[in-house]
Design a binder for this molecule. Structure first.
Ligand code: AMP
Length: 292
């Protein structure tokens, strides 16, 4: 497995593979790798000749400086995991490589409603930071396939918009991959290492909340989405969460709030437990009647 710290060295490696018409798959991460990240590497390996993973804790996407300071760093273990997973190349740039001009006066990305809704509203500037870094990483790697986790549902929508707004050569196909969970149902996250064993159990209230919504749909309970959101938030607080940023029933494409439960929708959740902000989501499919 090759490790690169500069864009130039990475590009030389990529150019060599491009000349052989190798398909390049790319998995951007912030490290502290777990099975969720490795599932993206696996997906990339299935579909590409060369898989590149980046590890870069991007300062500009942290709206809370304490969250940035506390972000877990496990680079030695990460490299071992990537090597075992068969990743061909890792891009490990220092901050100066990605932000040679410093971190002020960065370009602005027009994200419209995606920046006003849910994560956008609760983490001002977060998606601008995500766009700056993903844009720069994509220009450095120039992949054919980009693998991202639907665990960060709104992030996938933001990057889809970025890909549509800027022309990348070659064109990049974004592949959104399923959320990997612990056997308990807890969505894997680098931030979970900051939870105590008890908090990990309490955090399952998110997963159980999704189950309750599924039951409410099956039993055709006539309840407004507002009421379901309120009940879900209360269940989280009762389970031991300190606060809930949002519970949102939303359209999976636009992420606008919905009120009609008979369509396909996504439930997005962000809440704090033990000072750690967890996000999760689940899609609820509208099943067409048999024969349609
Ligand atoms: P991060 O290191 O948190 O920035 O995540 C890097 C990539 O891994 C993003 O595309 C995430 O959506 C994805 N990811 C994080 N957690 C999971 C998970 N539990 N299952 C699948 N993908 C994930």
């Amino acid at each position: 497995m090759k490790i690169f710290e500069t864009k130039q060295a990475l590009q030389d490696f990529i150019d060599e593979h491009r000349s052989k018409n190798d398909l390049i798959g790319f998995v951007p991460t912030m490290g502290a790798l777990h099975e969720g990240h490795l599932s993206l590497i696996e997906k990339s390996k299935e579909q590409s000749a060369v898989t590149v993973c980046s590890i870069f804790i991007n300062p500009t996407q942290f709206n809370d400086p304490k969250d940035f300071e506390k972000y877990p760093k496990t680079i030695k273990e990460d490299l071992q995991k990537l090597e075992l997973a068969g990743c061909e190349a890792v891009f490990l740039p220092p901050v100066s490589e990605m932000y040679p001009e410093g971190m002020h006066q960065l370009p602005h990305y027009p994200l419209g409603r995606l920046e006003e809704l849910w994560e956008g509203a609760h983490r001002p500037g977060h998606f601008q930071g995500v766009c700056v870094i993903v844009h720069r990483l994509l220009e450095a790697v120039r992949p054919d396939l980009l693998f991202m986790g639907s665990k960060d549902f709104q992030q996938v929508a933001v990057i889809r918009q970025l890909l549509a707004q800027y022309s990348f050569k070659p064109t990049i196909e974004l592949i959104s991959c399923e959320t990997v969970r612990e056997t308990s149902g807890l969505a894997m996250s680098s931030r979970n290492v900051r939870l105590s064993p008890e908090q990990k159990i309490q955090a399952l209230a998110i997963y159980h909340g999704f189950d309750k919504i599924q039951k409410a749909i099956q039993e055709q309970i006539t309840c407004s989405t507002k009421e379901l959101e309120r009940q879900f938030a209360q269940q989280l607080l009762d389970a031991g969460f300190e606060s809930v940023d949002y519970i949102a029933f939303a359209d999976p494409e636009s992420l606008e709030p919905i009120s009609d439960l008979s369509q396909t929708f996504v439930v997005l959740v962000a809440a704090f437990i033990g000072g750690v902000r967890l996000i999760d989501n689940q899609l609820f499919y509208h099943e067409l009647p048999k024969g349609v």
